[in-house]
Design a protein around this ligand. Structure first.
Ligand code: IVH
Length: 726
């Protein structure tokens, strides 16, 4: 996976450009991971990697608040709904949960709640504790006791309508009798038992699900409810959304009422009176984890008193009154047979551990990621922390862990079982695929093949990226087909342009392709049609598809919006490439002048486009082989110009605002939220990039600086007029 160049550097050490570049990249990675996890039921990265990326993004957003996008994936709960199902706007948002990993985190939680509510020391704060089910959440809407709608969480605001499928789940009542609120939305988790999961995988033969969670998600999101009906899905109720009247005064009594109405609630739900009791229940539930028969990944604590819950309310995506206390990852020991190196699209050499297969948390694991050479050597921060500096060698016994993960990791090495003749792993300095030198740039944790286009591994990975979902997304041309065509001696695809000449080279008589394994006449026709279909391509997709380092989905969209056409973008890149300083890679002083040069600033001046990204873009375009390949591709395409996606243009769309002094009729938080909703950015300090300073009484140095810089300064009245609140 591509890593931002500044990755790993302490946030405080980054300059704005580096932060912007890394944030754009991380946002795209989080968004992509969200989509893969929530929409496609096929996680691409491990939970731990996901958490690390998201934590880094949040840290960067905290350090550079004005660079944070209002629609940052860090503020989103899940992913937008998949196509194919109707959309449902939840009457009340479906929230996520804040995480705790240590006892201290739990203590902080109760302390925070007590202080928020201003509870006297002698008042007991009751909290419920129950297992956190590793499935997917489902909201069930009952009107007059009749199930009228079932919806997945989606992005928390809009989910998928899966009513027909939910009706096939035995644990979900179709109607409720007795004393039922006229409107009742029940929230809970759909999951699959271990036994049923194993049986399903056995019956499905080749197409197996990675874990019960994916099996549950894949089963619920079947277009044909008949398929869902044959899948053994289960449902635990643990909460509610819209209600026409309250269920009860406490969480515990409310779920007991749900139980009385016919829902299953988790039998391990307990009431605690202090942190010690919460930890005791957590420990008790963890001990039962392996024998429960279904996956849980922690314990959820909820403030019992619903009046307190109401007062505590929500942060952007999580309630203040609840907390998920996660279990440590499950682990197992096994032998590491060998370390293999995979070469990625940007030339990154990624080491992978091939393991003696072992079962970890119910899933057979035979590979683990080793990140990079520092990690193997035990020098990496994270690795060193876990392994205390012990290196990883071929032949070692290693402790493997996963926490609902797809990609397992190595937590520890057993030195007592290390073979006597073992040697530290020598990380290759030549690319194993093409033999080119593999170099590590200062500050980069990753070693990269310098072979560029001559490296077959890079070429194949670039092609896979090119056809991937967020890029050209060509039906019938996935990773497997790319590998096949790449190796094909008669009708090869070696670079993106070859995809669009495939039909012509086949002579359109299909003779060559049709007789090949896996290809019938119809599938060849379909493939050609799918390729034709993508000859007209939106600019943003084209930019992203090129697979240039640091140019992710978000940056591609930004560039497309800014330049509008391919020609305008290329002109700007060519202009930047003509800067004499650009051709002086070793001359630091000269290169430092780049950021001020007008041609360069045409690119770096765009919000969210930093120096690292521009450098990567220009460097790619000046390499003749790369440029010719891109030109050959574009000659095959009709690039659709980009349209501005700003839904509503306002006076301050795209502007950077700074508030200073006291606002008398609106809180700072509200002013910031309004400005952002109107498409503006709010920065903490005045700089040359500031467009507008809103100065209330008591404005000090910021107002002076703004005047010096010629920044427009307005007062609160004028601001209220702009904000439509005057
Ligand atoms: S309460 C407003 N209770 O965990 C709080 N969630 O990480 C809503 N989950 O989206 C969640 N077991 O899908 C709650 N006992 C439980 C849960 C639970 C599993 C899931 C749920 C939620 C996710 C948040």
């Amino acid at each position: 996976m591509a890593q931002a160049q500044s990755d790993g550097q302490p946030v405080e050490k980054l300059d704005r450009d580096e932060a912007a570049a890394e944030m754009a990249e991380l946002s795209a990675r989080v968004a992509r991971a969200n989509r893969a996890y929530h929409t496609q039921d096929a996680p691409e990265i491990s939970d731990a990697d996901y958490d690390a990326i998201k934590a880094r993004l949040i840290a960067l957003e905290a350090a550079f608040p004005d660079l944070a996008r209002p629609d940052s994936p860090s503020t989103q709960v899940g992913a937008a709904p998949a196509e194919g199902f109707g959309k449902v706007t939840h009457a009340q948002r479906m929230m996520s949960l804040g995480n705790a990993f240590t006892e201290e985190d739990v203590q902080d939680f109760t302390a925070r709640v007590r202080s928020f509510l201003n509870l006297p020391a002698d008042t007991v704060l009751e909290v419920t504790a129950e297992p956190k089910i590793d499935g997917l959440s489902l909201s069930l809407r009952y009107e007059d006791g009749v199930l009228v709608q079932a919806a997945t969480r989606g992005d928390g605001t809009v989910g998928e309508n899966v009513t027909a499928n939910a009706r096939t789940i035995a644990d979900i009542p179709h109607s409720l009798s007795g004393d039922v609120p006229r409107i009742l939305e029940v929230r809970g988790e759909v999951y699959m038992d271990h036994q049923d999961f194993a049986a399903l995988n056995a019956a499905e033969g080749g197409r197996v699900f990675a874990n019960p969670r994916n099996a549950a998600a894949g089963s619920l999101r079947q277009i044909d409810p008949g398929v869902t009906a044959r899948r053994p899905l289960r449902y635990f109720a643990y909460g509610w959304g819209e209600l026409s009247q309250p269920l009860a005064p406490t969480q515990m009594q409310a779920v007991e009422r749900l139980q009385a109405l016919g829902f299953r609630i988790n039998p391990l739900t307990r009431l605690c009176r202090n942190t010690a009791e919460m930890i005791a229940v957590w420990t008790e539930i963890e001990q039962q984890r392996a024998t429960l028969g279904y996956d849980i990944d922690g314990v959820v604590y909820k403030v019992n008193d619903l009046a307190y819950q109401g007062r505590l309310g929500f942060r952007s995506t999580t309630p203040r009154w609840a907390l998920a206390h996660k279990f440590p990852a499950e682990t197992a020991w096994t032998r590491l047979d060998r370390i293999e190196i995979q070469v990625g699209r940007t030339g990154a050499l990624s080491p992978v551990a091939r393991l003696e297969p072992v079962t970890v948390g119910g899933v057979v694991v035979s590979n683990a990621t080793l990140h990079n050479e520092d990690y193997i050597a035990g020098r990496d921060n994270v690795g060193a922390l876990i392994r205390e500096g012990r290196d990883i060698r071929e032949g070692d016994w290693v402790k493997v862990y996963r926490a609902g993960d797809v990609i397992p990791k190595i937590a520890d090495v057993d030195l007592s079982r290390r073979p006597e003749d073992s040697r530290p792993y020598a990380f290759p300095t030549l690319c194993p695929e093409c033999g080119s030198e593999a170099i590590r740039e200062p500050g980069d944790s990753v070693r990269r093949c310098t072979g560029g286009l001559i490296c077959p591994a890079q070429a194949v990975e670039k092609l896979k990226h090119f056809v991937s979902r967020a890029a050209f997304d060509i039906d019938g041309l996935g990773a497997r087909q790319i590998e096949m065509f790449f190796a094909d001696p008669v009708l090869p695809i070696r670079e993106p342009a070859d995809i669009f000449t495939l039909a012509a080279r086949d002579g359109r008589n299909l003779a060559r392709l049709r007789n090949r394994e896996g290809f019938g006449e119809r599938s060849v026709e379909k493939l050609f049609a799918a390729i034709e279909d993508k000859r007209r391509i939106p600019l943003a997709r084209l930019i992203f598809a090129l697979g240039i380092r640091h140019v992710g989905e978000v940056a591609s969209a930004t560039l497309a919006r800014h330049f509008g056409t391919w020609e305008a973008l290329v002109a700007a890149i060519d202009g930047a490439a003509r800067e004499p300083a650009f051709a002086a890679p070793d001359d630091k002083a000269r290169r430092a002048t780049l950021s001020d040069s007008p041609n360069w600033a045409g690119l770096t001046g765009i919000d969210g486009v930093g120096g690292v990204l521009v450098n990567s873009l220009v460097t790619t375009f000046v390499q003749p082989a790369e440029r010719e390949g891109i030109d050959r591709l574009v000659a095959q395409l009709t690039v659709l110009p980009a349209q501005s996606t700003h839904a509503r243009q306002t006076e301050i769309s795209g502007k950077t605002l700074v508030f200073t002094g006291t606002l008398e009729r609106m809180t700072r938080a509200e002013a910031k939220a309004r400005a952002e909703a109107m498409g503006a950015k709010v920065a903490g300090s005045v700089s040359a990039k500031t467009d507008l300073l809103i100065a209330g009484p008591g404005a000090g140095s910021k107002a002076t600086k703004a005047t010096e810089l010629g920044v427009m300064v307005i007062d609160e009245d004028e601001w209220l007029r702009i904000a439509g609140a005057g």
